[in-house]
Design a protein around this ligand. Structure first.
Ligand SMILES: CC(C)(COP(=O)(O)OP(=O)(O)OC[C@H]1O[C@@H](n2cnc3c(N)ncnc32)[C@H](O)[C@@H]1OP(=O)(O)O)[C@@H](O)C(=O)NCCC(=O)NCCS
Length: 229
């Protein structure tokens, strides 16, 4: 079996559904997981479709997703694109998923986090949205390969630093980010009662993996500054 790191396109519905499945399996207690596979698949389709975001994934030659990393130049423009790109069906799905008051509360907390005073803290807007390797692929270096592929995507958009937020209970991710030299910034309570850690990570100026398959992304870092003062 061979595998490669590739960019996921919005029409690759089978791969997007698998990405949602890997997400749910690897982050079982996460808020997004609680929204269900259909909403998550829609969300990843939007990320793949969005000009300011991308998904890189490790895919086998029989189209099994072993891991993926979703990144964005800024989450605000992604929310707008979700509203613009996804049809009424997705909105209805999302609406049903949010019928629970606790889920609605958590989405408001997420929105508050993403529109908080990042300028004052001099934090980069570009960030890793999510990053998972399927359990049977852990500790084989796939996470590292996906990070390097994302580094190339961010570099091509002239991004030199990104932010990463991960739950404090995500012990593998905490160890992973420390291992790759991410810088601890602070603890954040995005969802009431659940602590996360914020890191920043410097994007190296050198291309790391020129052999990786390229995507001609038109990531434009100015897109996420619309409407901000
Ligand atoms: C974080 C994650 C993507 C790492 O993927 P991976 O393919 O296993 O990572 P790698 O094999 O490249 O690991 C690189 C290094 O990270 C550290 N690391 C990774 N997983 C670890 C674990 N479970 N415990 C301790 N250290 C770990 C190690 O230092 C490892 O190097 P080593 O194996 O030589 O000791 C994977 O563990 C995962 O999917 N976790 C659950 C989902 C998650 O928390 N996502 C983060 C959301 S932001």
């Amino acid at each position: 079996m061979t595998q490669a790191i590739v960019d996921i396109r919005p029409h690759e519905s089978d791969l997007l559904a698998q990405i949602a499945t890997v997400h749910i399996a690897e982050i079982p207690d996460g808020f997004l997981t609680s929204l269900g596979p259909a909403v998550l698949t829609d969300m990843y389709k939007t990320i793949a479709e969005s000009e300011g975001s991308f998904i890189v994934a490790c895919v086998t030659d029989d189209r099994e997703i072993l891991g993926f990393l979703a990144g964005s130049l800024g989450i605000r423009s992604l929310y707008r694109e979700f509203l613009r790109l996804r049809g009424m069906r997705s909105m209805i799905r999302l609406g049903f998923a949010l019928l629970s008051p606790s889920r609605m509360g958590r989405i408001l907390e997420t929105l508050r986090y993403s529109t908080s005073d990042e300028d004052a803290k001099n934090l980069p807007r570009a960030e890793i949205l999510n990053f998972c390797v399927a359990r049977h692929g852990h500790r084989q270096g796939l996470g590292g390969q996906l990070m390097h592929a994302s580094e190339d995507r961010f570099r091509s958009a002239n991004i030199d630093r990104i932010r990463i937020v991960t739950g404090q209970s995500q012990l593998s991710a905490q160890s992973f980010y420390k291992k790759i030299g991410a810088n601890y910034v602070c603890d954040v309570e995005i969802h009431s009662g659940t602590l996360s850690t914020m890191f920043t990570w410097e994007i190296s100026a050198e291309e790391s993996h020129p052999e990786l398959q390229r995507q001609s992304l038109s990531l434009d870092p100015t897109r996420d500054t619309e409407g901000q003062s």
